[in-house]
Design a protein around this ligand. Structure first.
Ligand SMILES: COc1ccc([C@H]2OC(=S)NC2=O)c(OC)c1
Ligand SMILES: [Zn+2]
Length: 248
């Protein structure tokens, strides 16, 4: 390989999302059950960030955290958001044995035990922990409906509104079996700072609720309106990584 190509060939060995090929997953008996506690008083606001909407939480204290599982120490809850597709046929970022789900919830936490700020944590391989929850078409989800009922207040990019007393833990699946692997953020700058924890069990959302996500604007009030029809990244090469499971 010529010097010029080697200089330009970017080495990014741990990009996300990936296809989780369950036949190649390795059960790891040393993986502990996850400890997850989210205080509804931590939720603060709903923000349209242009490519999606975030529910943002107070992360100046340790009231809402995840620990154990594959993690060392505790990670503080910062925000959650969804990824979806232009139709119900696709939309999730992670794919299971080639099966795409219609959407995926990301719950973003950072290693506040080791790093002083979220922005600093983004710069380290153990800085961030994201819980991924797959969504499947099913009955109306009342928790997601509580978000949708406020989406009209953040229709345009950069708009935000108060969003308090949100019980995020009620969105988690009952079954806590999970897959875990080392990966990255799934939007630019794709920083390789994420320990991924993907639940095996999907949670329900109905088709009309998904359609509300697609009605959000990726444009500000001052611009001609355009919609966030989809915001999921294509799967990336697994490279030398192995996905571990907490279950046989
Ligand atoms: C500032 O906080 C965040 C949170 C998430 C992401 C993306 O990575 C994952 S995971 N989902 C995404 O949309 C991000 O990308 C720069 C920054
Ligand atoms: Zn995400």
């Amino acid at each position: 390989m010529g010097a010029s190509t080697s200089r330009h060939r970017q080495c990014r060995p741990r990009q996300s999302p990936i296809n989780i090929y369950t036949k190649k997953v390795r059960y790891d008996s040393s993986l502990k059950p996850l400890y997850i506690y989210y205080d509804p008083k931590s939720s603060q606001r709903l923000v349209n960030v242009g490519h999606c909407f975030n529910v943002e939480f107070e992360d100046t204290n340790d009231k809402s955290v995840v620990s154990d599982g594959p993690l060392v120490g505790y990670y503080r809850l910062r925000q959650c958001h969804f990824h979806w597709g232009a139709s119900d046929k696709d939309g999730s970022e992670h794919v299971i044995d080639g099966l795409e789900y219609p959407a995926e919830l990301h719950i973003v936490h950072w290693n506040a035990q080791k790093y002083p700020t979220f922005d600093e944590a983004l710069e380290h391989p153990d800085g961030v922990a994201v819980i991924g929850v797959l969504l499947k078409i099913g009955e109306t989800n009342p928790l997601i409906q509580s978000i949708i009922d406020s989406l009209d207040q953040v229709k345009e990019k950069n708009k935000e509104c108060p969003f308090t007393q949100f019980d995020l833990s009620s969105l988690l699946p009952n079954d806590r079996n999970y897959w875990t692997y080392q990966g990255s953020l799934t939007t630019t700058p794709y920083l390789e700072c994420v320990t991924w924890i993907i639940f095996q069990e999907a949670i329900p959302i109905d088709s009309d609720q998904l359609q509300h996500f697609r009605s959000l604007h990726c444009t500000s009030e001052a611009e001609d309106p355009a919609f966030i029809l989809e915001n999921h990244r294509a799967i990336q090469p697994i490279e030398a990584r192995v996905v571990r499971s907490s279950f046989k």
